[in-house]
Design a protein around this ligand. Structure first.
Ligand SMILES: Cc1cc2nc3c(=O)[nH]c(=O)nc-3n(C[C@H](O)[C@H](O)[C@H](O)COP(=O)(O)OP(=O)(O)OC[C@H]3O[C@@H](n4cnc5c(N)ncnc54)[C@H](O)[C@@H]3O)c2cc1C
Length: 639
């Protein structure tokens, strides 16, 4: 890294809107102080300010510029709590201890609010409110959280129902939300720069472009070497986050670096307010994805995606644009003006590392993605500990320095993030589909009285002319199933249906066939005929006789329109709710999403005009759980 790089900020929306500040000169002489703080991020700056305010001499060494890293590039949400979920904290240290920690984290939030208000820091623009929106329709869970944080931890918190959330965030992606009215968001770089001025006003000296190259923490007076000057101090505070590196390699190895990516849009004008009228911060995940807020009147600041290795932030522009488009498609093309990355440090337990490592050597690090309040908290705790001998910092002692696993740890964490992210996205999609299906069911219920059966079928989207159905699987492809033969009550009618269905055998399109079916198709081309269905027993045989072919995921039933409507009805009744949480999967099955568009067009009514009734089929796509309940469906539909 050359001097020019060290002396400049990475361009972000924050640097484009930062207050004018002079560059602080590097340390070029030897200095004797009570405390040397290494690192001028939020942790180092708060510690220095609070020590200076208590009358001790402090020098701050910063290898580049004040808050050039995470402290000046984060999302700016000032929230209570820690990066670690509180249930994890409770299970590690017990409820009363966790409650004391939570109170400290709230103290950190208040410290930031008071500092901004009392010093009237310019350009920080605090705006109240934070909304943690749920992407899955689990009101009970959100209510539980609200009770825990509100009643147990004493935080002011509101539970917003879906309608209220969607009133201010115009998207069907969100359901219930937790609202923290006392949380707020800020311009973090301007806050850090203001904090630096306050620290200097209290007597601290800050040296930029002054990397600490080595420390000697033995003895009463400790030594710190920089390229062109040395510091002697009674105490050293390491506030270097993931940049600590070779200065203290063993401590450095206890943090996992995590990069996250942020964009700000060009001004979006009134369409932004039409989509997002809430002015606080919004988060819709426990991961790094989708943290956003409106900045500069009509710009959208949006961050997301995590990597445990640094990547070029420009590679994430499209992905972040896609994330925005998924949640707010009405915004249309969102032009991006700034993109940057930031790196945070997480310990494995995701709690901050605060305390005395050895006599006079202190650590304030590992604040993770929850660092604005917790760095303020840490600065106060350490200043009290160093100057007044206070031992509040021992509350963090259970969260020890644990090796974070090196490269393997990073790789494992990357895989874990991907997995959790994918799981979250799937759960969110399922929740939206469930909601859509619920809406359709409600519509159907409303239509039941007095409406034409054909209309009901059309709304279900489940009735498909035979010509448009994907190829029917060979009977031999049906899974052998030794289940009970209790559903054999299909009777003559069922056999009739079976006769019609056999006419469609033999067609096979690759896209809608599982591997077994494709193998069978290859076999058929080679002149090998699949074995007839009579070889099958149990439920599969019953299904075959009834003309119902369960193709692992989908089930189709040829018959008259009257029969089709009845079956569709039965599908809703039977498959709806086998056990909580599976409802969406079952309902999703009514129309296979992959082919939905193809099946819906051309308009059903037009297609139906010239059709014989015999050519109508009902296609149901079943998930594993629904498959297990298909016997019940058969009984109802064939009764
Ligand atoms: C993208 C992103 C979004 C985030 N959003 C939020 C949010 O909305 N709310 C929230 O609360 N938290 C958020 N965070 C987390 C928060 O920003 C951090 O936890 C916090 O800023 C950490 O502060 P710090 O002072 O410990 O570290 P840093 O800001 O990384 O500062 C460490 C400083 O130490 C200096 N340093 C390192 N080694 C040396 C050395 N040898 N000599 C001299 N100087 C040295 C570095 O140059 C650096 O300036 C976010 C983080 C990221 C990356």
């Amino acid at each position: 890294m050359n001097a020019a790089e060290r002396g400049s900020y990475v361009p972000t929306w924050y640097t484009a809107s930062m207050v004018p500040v002079p560059a602080r000169p590097p340390l070029t002489y030897d200095l004797d102080v009570d405390v040397c703080v290494i690192g001028a991020g939020l942790a180092g700056l708060t510690t220095a300010r609070e020590i200076a305010r208590r009358g001790w001499s402090v020098a701050v060494l910063e290898s580049r510029r004040i808050a050039w890293s995470a402290s000046g590039r984060n999302d700016g949400f000032v929230l209570p709590g820690f990066a670690a979920p509180m249930e994890q904290v409770v299970s590690r240290v017990g409820f009363e201890h966790a409650k004391a920690l939570w109170a400290l984290s709230e103290m950190g939030l208040r410290y930031v609010a008071n500092t901004i208000a009392e010093a009237r820091l310019p350009g920080v623009a605090p705006i109240a409110g934070w909304l943690k929106a749920s992407k899955v329709d689990d009101g009970d869970q959100v209510l539980d959280d609200a009770q825990v944080y509100g009643e147990e931890f004493g935080t002011e918190i509101e539970l917003w129902p879906t309608e209220r959330v969607r009133d201010v965030l115009k998207t069907n992606h969100y359901f219930h939300a937790l609202h923290l009215p006392r949380a707020f968001h800020i311009h973090p770089l301007n806050y850090a720069l203001g904090l630096a001025e306050l620290a200097e006003a209290a007597g601290a000296r800050i040296f930029e472009d002054s990397p600490a190259l080595a420390i000697d923490a033995e003895g009463v007076r400790k030594r710190i070497a920089t390229p062109s000057g040395r510091v002697r101090a009674g105490h050293i505070v390491l506030a270097c986050s993931v940049h600590l590196g070779s200065l203290a390699p063993r401590i450095a190895s206890t943090l996992l670096p995590i990069w996250s990516y942020t964009i700000t849009s060009a001004p979006l004008g009134p369409r932004l307010a039409a989509a997002i009228s809430y002015r606080g911060g919004v988060t819709d995940t426990d991961l790094a994805n989708n943290h956003y807020r409106v900045v500069g009147n009509d710009r959208l600041l949006w961050s997301g995606h995590t990597t445990t290795w640094e990547a070029d932030p420009r590679r994430y522009v499209r992905r972040l644009q896609a994330d925005i488009a998924a949640v707010y498609p009405q915004l249309g093309e969102v032009e991006v003006e700034h993109v940057w990355s930031g790196v945070l440090g997480n310990a494995l337990h995701r709690m901050p590392q605060i305390g005395e490592v050895s006599g006079g050597l202190w650590l304030a690090s590992g604040f993770g993605g929850h660092g604005i309040n917790t760095t303020a908290m840490a600065g106060n705790i350490l200043a009290q500990a160093i100057v007044e001998g206070d031992d509040t910092w021992r509350l963090f002692a259970p969260f020890e320095l644990v090796w974070a696993g090196g490269r393997v740890g990073r790789a494992a964490m990357q895989v874990l993030y991907r997995w959790v992210d994918t799981r979250e996205r799937l759960a969110a999609r399922a929740a939206r589909q469930r909601e859509e299906e619920d809406r359709r069911v409600a519509e159907r219920a409303a239509l039941r009285e007095g409406e034409h059966e054909v209309d009901v079928e059309a709304r279900l989207g489940a009735v498909v002319p035979q010509a448009e159905l994907p190829a029917e699987p060979e009977l031999a492809e049906l899974p052998a199933d030794s289940g009970a033969a209790s559903g054999a009550a299909g009777g003559a009618r069922a056999r009739g249906i079976a006769r019609r269905s056999t006419r469609t055998q033999g067609r096979c399109r690759a896209f809608d066939r599982p591997r077994r079916c494709r193998r069978a198709a290859r076999g058929a081309h080679a002149g090998v005929r699949p074995k007839p269905s009579v070889r099958h027993s149990g439920r599969a045989a019953i299904a075959a006789r009834a003309g119902i072919h369960n193709h692992r995921q989908w089930l189709w039933i040829p018959g008259s329109r009257a029969h089709a409507a009845k079956l569709a009805q039965a599908a809703y009744t039977c498959l709806r709710c086998p056990r909580p949480g599976m409802m969406s999967e079952n309902l999703r099955g009514v129309v296979q999403p992959r082919h939905r568009d193809r099946w819906r067009s051309p308009p059903l009514a037009a297609r139906q005009e010239g059709e014989s009734l015999e050519q109508v089929h009902v296609l149901l796509v079943l998930d594993q759980c629904a498959v297990q309940r298909r016997n019940e469906l058969f009984r109802v539909s064939l009764a």
